[in-house]
Design a protein around this ligand. Sequence first.
Ligand code: SF4
Ligand code: SF4
Length: 381
Amino acid sequence: MDKDLLGEFEDMRTNSVSSLSKAKENGKKVAGMYCLYSPTEIVLAAGAIPIPLCGTSQVPISVAEKVLPRNLCPLIKSSYGFAASGTCPYFNLSDILIAETTCDGKKKMYELLSRFKPLHLLQLPQKQEGEEALRYWYGEVNEMKERLEIEFGVTITDQALRDAIQLTNEEKRSLKALQDVSKLKPSPISGMGLLMVLYNRGFCTDKKEVVQIVDRLTSELIEMHKQGVTPFNQKTPRILLTGVPVGVGSHKVVQIIEECGGNVVCFESCGGYKAVYDQVDEHKEPLLAIAEKYLRTPCSCMSPNSSRFELVEELVDEFKVDGIVDLTWQGCHTYNIESYSLKQYLQEKKRRPFLQIETDYSESDVEQLKVRIEAFLEMIS
Ligand code: SF4
Ligand code: SF4
């Protein structure tokens, strides 16, 4: 593979700090975001830059634990720790935080986070079906629009929303095509490589640039497949990773799966397929289309969350998956409990081996995880 092309993705996160600073010097505003339920289109339509702030590193967790309970989800502690320690340049450059009432831990953490920066809280309904839920959520999405108009001193027009929808749909198309490359057997890209690309591109301040470089990478990977270039073979166990969000820094389980001889071919999680499989309808009233799309996000904080089950079921076939690993961060009750029903559902529908892993961001259980994952991959083989 073109090392320069992958290198561009590796550098993307670091380089974006200076491009974000420059954009701010030129009067651009920045909105820090934590969740797939937060509509980036509205931020873009306000002329601002959306930037992901979800913590994926163990490093700031000790700072967070001075305030937050130790047995809380590491993603929440990491996100808070970055803010409290002042060590995240993206947090520091954010003018406003867009938060959401998903799980209990996150929504209470946001109350503390609002002491550092202006914060807009989207109040989510707890169900996805029905006119009532959509009407309520539409009101929330509209409130976010009005808040950004006030904070940034702009008017968000329907045309600006339409342009933003087109741009993010194009980005989704491009990122989906990239992930679809792993449907090829054997895949020309490792799960670790794919994760790095998907994670780092989120920090690029120019979405058009993201689309161009991702499309280039996709073409190159397809060419590699044609030429038989791959780190894997026909017998490599193909794993679908579902569950909590993962990123660079919280990649422990992905790395172990691949070091033990598997290939993570699909990430059914928030940085992966979940973010791209569904687009905003370009033919409807834009704010309503945004509300509809974001409400459909299949997350365990919804009850019921049947669309996640259906999505995983489809992906098992599409990616020719041999086994499913359901990742749960310690302290994440919603994904932890949902794992039981997901396992039952998939065993009935697909009869594929299923492994639930509950862990955190630390290295303390690496050896134990290796033993479990090795045994799982051996069983699949
Ligand atoms: S898993 Fe749920 S709460 Fe977490 S980022 Fe994704 S949509 Fe948001
Ligand atoms: S992984 Fe679970 S507990 Fe952690 S932030 Fe996401 S939904 Fe909340």
